[in-house]
Design a protein around this ligand. Sequence first.
Ligand SMILES: NC(=O)c1ccc[n+]([C@@H]2O[C@H](COP(=O)([O-])OP(=O)(O)OC[C@H]3O[C@@H](n4cnc5c(N)ncnc54)[C@H](O)[C@@H]3O)[C@@H](O)[C@H]2O)c1
Length: 255
Amino acid sequence: MDVNSFSLAGQVALVTGAAGGIGARVALGLAEFGAAVGVLDVEGSDLQATADSIAAVGGRAHVVAADVTDGDALTAAVAEVESTLGPLQLAVNAAGINNQIPAEDMARADWQRLLDINLSGVFLSCQAEGRAMLARGGGSIVNIGSVSAHIANRGLDQVHYNASKAGVLQLTKSLALEWATEGVRVNSVSPGYTATPMALSPQVWPLVEGLQKDIPMQRLAQTEELVGPIVFLLSGAASYVTGVDLLVDGGAVAW
Ligand SMILES: NC(=O)c1ccc[n+]([C@@H]2O[C@H](COP(=O)([O-])OP(=O)(O)OC[C@H]3O[C@@H](n4cnc5c(N)ncnc54)[C@H](O)[C@@H]3O)[C@@H](O)[C@H]2O)c1
């Protein structure tokens, strides 16, 4: 096997949620493996820091502000990345939010906002990216799921989040099958608790800190530990892999 099949050299990627913990580190990781990277996040987020980290390793980045709930904005973002960096072949959809609200107190608007970003946002991102990839005969997409797609997190009141992530896995499988003969692979990576602003937020951290004993590896993931699994799924090394969810959770779901 050609060891270079793990390389992303010469390819163009788009990463959503690229100003945040996992998205920012993965965008840098794709650049470290040779890709030019369009980095997308909401207006006002610190995308320049991600672009600067990519430039610091000699990579190319293009910053684009868009909301993943806006399909037209995503289509325009893909077109902008393609006109700047070249035809899109790779995408990682990492934009997402989380919050804790007991189900009986959850307003319809709280439910809807989270589902709009975490589930509809992933669909609209895949749609915009997939349209570009299908037009060029191929590509590879990784959606960020969660252990919360597999288990309901002990002590965390987040029925909307858990439902959204289960939806991401089924959405991923469905798109993988629709596009299997058209050269576009679609997979997901499901992180366990990862040391990012989301998990370390004052609302979540006091709950998550004590849960580390429930993880066989007894610690959170570092964002860098998501890079290898995602690069594998994006790369030619995974040319026969589509529709799978790869858990990166320190063994949490195995226990
Ligand atoms: N941190 C964890 O423990 C953990 C575990 C499992 C899965 N995840 C998932 O990983 C992904 C990244 O999470 P993170 O921990 O890096 O969180 P984070 O809060 O650090 O980053 C999320 C990023 O998404 C962006 N975003 C939010 N809404 C958006 C929108 N409407 N349009 C565009 N961008 C938007 C935010 O601005 C932020 O930069 C999320 O999908 C999350 O659900 C995180």
